[in-house]
Design a protein around this ligand. Structure first.
Ligand code: ZN
Length: 233
């Protein structure tokens, strides 16, 4: 297993794009994986190729950015009843979990990613899970992720590392990290091309990028942007 390569869970959103840039700064060879499971904001997936192409033109990134894999997981749709996969309103359920929650989604994604990484001789997975802006997703917690890494390592009989560079930073910190990693060029790509909005809105352009401006994902992204702007001055 190669320790100089990594497989990044890359959705085309802001967080996973920063994770991809983070991995490209650390590993000689970086591959990406994405998942299609009938998510309503599938516009996010359409941005993946655009972002990869633009990143590949920054510095020597093109030499290190390896192939992309898009896996179809339609089974997720049949076990979820959420705003992401059906035309229902995004609200917060009595459990405190947003109705966008697909139970255990990250566990499934990481396990599929680990299987692909094994096939490709890659020992490190990189994901944008974050427990700071905790939106009620228990599968984003550090303890969950690191315990899963143990289970996967045992199950594959080879050490698998799961890196989560955003785990303990907030959204303002994610913008700051992007700026440190790739300066204005990377910030421009994140603003113009990464997609976060739950409503799939790519018409309304704000300082922080495209989105409806009202859904929880847009609110979080906008809040992080203004906090980062305030920190810079
Ligand atoms: Zn939105």
């Amino acid at each position: 297993m190669s320790e100089t390569s990594a497989l990044v869970l890359f959705s085309g959103g802001q967080d996973s794009t920063v994770c991809l840039a983070w991995a490209l700064a650390r590993y000689e060879r970086v591959e990406t994986i994405g998942f299609r499971y009938g998510q309503r904001h599938s516009v996010e997936l359409a941005q993946r190729d655009i972002i990869r192409d633009k990143l590949a033109r920054l510095g020597d990134v093109g030499k290190r950015l390896g192939p992309d894999t898009l896996l179809d997981l339609p089974a997720l749709q049949s076990i979820s009843d959420t705003a992401l996969t059906r035309e229902t309103e995004i609200t917060f359920a009595a459990t405190g979990l947003p109705t966008t929650f697909v139970p255990g989604r990250n566990l499934l994604f990481l396990t599929y990613a680990a299987a692909l990484a094994y096939r490709r001789g890659i020992a490190t997975l990189v994901g944008g899970m974050c427990e700071t802006d905790f939106s009620g997703y228990p599968d984003c917690r550090n303890e969950t992720i690191q315990t899963l890494a143990q289970a996967i390592s045992l199950g594959l009989a080879t050490p698998v590392v799961i890196e989560t560079p955003l785990m303990f930073i907030d959204k303002a910190g994610t913008w700051a990290m992007a700026s440190e990693l790739g300066g204005d060029d990377l910030i421009r790509i994140i603003v113009e091309d990464t997609h976060t909005c739950y409503m799939g809105d790519r018409i309304h352009r704000h300082d922080w990028g495209y989105g409806c401006g009202a859904c929880p994902a847009c609110e979080l992204r906008a809040k992080g942007w203004s906090e980062w702007q305030a920190q810079k001055t």
